[in-house]
Design a protein around this ligand. Structure first.
Ligand code: MRU
Length: 359
């Protein structure tokens, strides 16, 4: 997608072939910082501390992290240790383990001398594949928006939660890809952007990237979505996902479940955009089986933004001494999800359909 009119990805290999460059998302929308990561430890920090985030992007970042480690030490022991370190950097999004294990399966049988070049090539292929998959999700999601637009004289109001856009992937995004396709198709699309406390990925990232692409949008407090649905001002909800189980339970950013409940109560279709790399057919009951990341209480107790002089500052919201808890994801039961928009088409949240589309 575009930044200041120039096409960009969120991650790309340095020309040296010995580092990977990423947008450090901690400072958006205030500053566009590009950083170079040149070893495994740097990539793990970038994933854990959310310089890069979003299920598909952490998978691709981890693949580059493994490739960088192979350049330093391509032994069996280093490969196994790097895989375990990367997989444990963030627990909820299955794309991380999916990407790293995919590289491991190819690298393990190779002699160590061949591993660095192969790992680097595979990480690049994974990045290209992610961009293509997300483009396809947009193509398959577009008719859902076109149907609404046909009924409403061209206008579509979509509500989204967190950031499942270009910044959460290598390119295009998942939940936002149908929106970018709708814009290209000439639809009058407007997006309600949940701010997404506590880290505000909606307010800081989704709003920024929609603005860069010229898509009309309005940021709302997380609590406003239900009210807007009751008022008939939301045509459909599209969110991303971090892990989807065989029966179709959708794990995504904390607060997604409440939006699904409100959507069901108001007859608003609720879709999750899901690359097949996010489908975990080894799990069934999302409420029991999916590990939910608990992040630092500081993300709840403090906020970062610009002050009147334009400096980035962190401020404390809570009284001294108040405890804060920060579960980062929740699970929306399959029964509340209208469908999953995948790179192979839109599927219902039913085990048979999910197993068939993944085959
Ligand atoms: C295409 S991204 C899908 C999800 O990863 C996204 O909705 C989300 O929950 C991101 O969470 P984050 O904690 O910012 O990594």
């Amino acid at each position: 997608m575009k930044v200041d009119g120039q096409p960009r990805r969120t991650i790309w290999p340095a020309e040296s072939g010995r580092a990977v460059q990423v947008i450090d998302q901690r400072w958006l929308p205030h500053r566009l910082d590009i950083v170079s990561l040149d070893d495994l430890a740097g990539v793990v920090t970038a994933i854990r501390d959310m310089w890069v985030r979003g299920a598909p992007l952490i998978g691709v970042s981890a693949a580059y992290g493994l490739a960088l480690q192979m350049q330093r030490d391509a032994s069996d022991a280093a490969l196994t240790a790097a895989v375990e370190t990367l997989v444990s950097a963030r627990p909820t999004a299955v794309n991380l383990a999916w990407a790293v294990r995919r590289l491991q399966r190819v690298l393990q049988p190779l002699p160590p001398a061949e591993r660095p070049a192969k790992a680097w090539a595979l990480a690049g292929e994974l990045a290209d594949e992610d961009a293509a998959v997300n483009e396809a999700i947009g193509r398959h999601g577009l008719p859902l928006l076109q149907d609404v637009a046909a009924r409403r004289g061209g206008r579509v109001d979509v509500l989204t939660h967190c950031n499942a856009g270009w910044l959460a992937t290598v390119d295009w995004g998942t939940a936002l890809s149908p929106i970018y396709h709708a814009q290209a198709a000439g639809l009058d699309v407007h997006v309600w952007v949940d701010e997404t406390r506590p880290r505000n990925q909606g307010a800081s990232l989704t709003a920024w990237e929609l603005g860069q692409q010229g898509v009309a949008h309005t940021v709302i407090a997380d609590n406003a979505g239900g009210h807007l649905m009751q008022q008939g001002r939301v045509d459909l909800v599209i969110v991303g996902c971090d892990r989807v189980t065989a029966r179709g339970d959708v794990c995504n950013k904390i607060g997604t479940y409440l939006k699904a409940l409100a959507a069901r109560d108001n007859g608003v279709p609720f879709y999750a955009a899901m690359p097949l790399s996010t489908l975990d057919l080894s799990l069934d009951d999302g409420l029991v089986d999916i590990p939910i990341e608990e992040r630092s209480a500081r993300e709840v107790s403090h906020l970062t933004g610009r002050d009147a002089e334009g400096r980035l500052v962190e401020v404390q919201l809570l009284p001294d001494g108040s405890a804060a808890a920060n579960p980062a994801f929740d699970v929306t039961p399959a029964r509340l999800v209208t469908g999953l928009i995948t790179e192979r088409g839109v599927v219902p949240t039913e085990e048979r359909a999910l197993r068939a589309i993944a085959a």
